[in-house]
Design a protein around this ligand. Structure first.
Ligand SMILES: CC(C)(COP(=O)(O)OP(=O)(O)OC[C@H]1O[C@@H](n2cnc3c(N)ncnc32)[C@H](O)[C@@H]1OP(=O)(O)O)[C@@H](O)C(=O)NCCC(=O)NCCS
Length: 189
């Protein structure tokens, strides 16, 4: 499984293993965590080799950044290695251009037993004018894994903030809808 990860994500997992995640995992297992404590920020200046012939940053470049930011948020919550199980939604609202600073901000929004829904917002900043634009909103699902790479239980979220509670309810509903649709299609509906 890990062999199939992107190189950057594999580095994240290796780094976490070097940090002795086994010990942290035991301590952190079921203590609720606030979503804000999972926030991860990844920034990168967009270069000419990252754009297509229209001058727009490739979707794949962006997805790589989004996946890395989301992986960090998931690992912060899980206190150990996590793998991407699904990239659920990526909205491209506006193009991003070479020379802009792209910042991906990720946070865990919903937690199941072993899985976590992570939301990522992408901002592009024109460094000459300081103007920032929200260019992408994304949702990904990660699964925490143990030493045998099997799904591992994660802590619940502390939902004392009403906004966090709203995001959680949305994530739970998305999961219900996905499961209902999967079931319906399996039954030939
Ligand atoms: C992720 C993985 C460990 C899950 O193993 P599995 O045996 O399918 O696990 P389960 O069926 O028990 O599902 C585990 C959780 O994932 C969720 N899940 C599984 N498939 C999913 C999907 N397509 N979308 C969203 N969630 C999904 C399940 O609902 C379950 O959530 P819960 O524990 O919160 O209830 C396994 O599928 C895997 O290794 N996939 C490859 C991961 C990978 O290489 N990613 C790319 C780079 S890191």
């Amino acid at each position: 499984m890990l062999a199939r990860c992107s190189r950057s994500q594999h580095h994240i997992l290796t780094f976490a293993q070097e940090l002795d995640w086994k010990g942290r995992m035991a301590d952190s297992e079921l203590i609720p965590r606030k979503p804000k404590d999972t926030i991860a920020v990844v920034s990168e200046l967009m270069m000419p080799n990252q754009v297509n012939n229209l001058g727009h940053v490739f979707g794949g470049e962006l997805l790589s950044m989004v996946d890395r930011a989301a992986a960090v948020a998931a690992m912060r919550h899980a206190g150990g290695p996590c793998v991407t199980v699904s990239i659920d939604r990526v909205d491209f609202k506006e193009p991003i251009y070479t020379g802009e600073l792209v910042t991906c901000t990720a946070r865990v929004r919903f937690v199941g037993r072993t899985s976590m829904e992570v939301g990522v917002e992408v901002l592009a900043e024109n460094l000459l004018t300081g103007v920032e634009r929200l260019t992408n909103s994304c949702l990904l699902t990660f699964v925490a894994i143990d030493e045998e790479h099997r799904p591992r239980r994660v802590a619940p979220l502390d939902l004392s903030d009403p906004e966090d509670e709203r995001r959680f309810r949305e994530g739970r509903r998305r999961r219900e809808v996905r499961e209902e649709l999967d079931k319906e299609l399996e039954q030939g509906g």
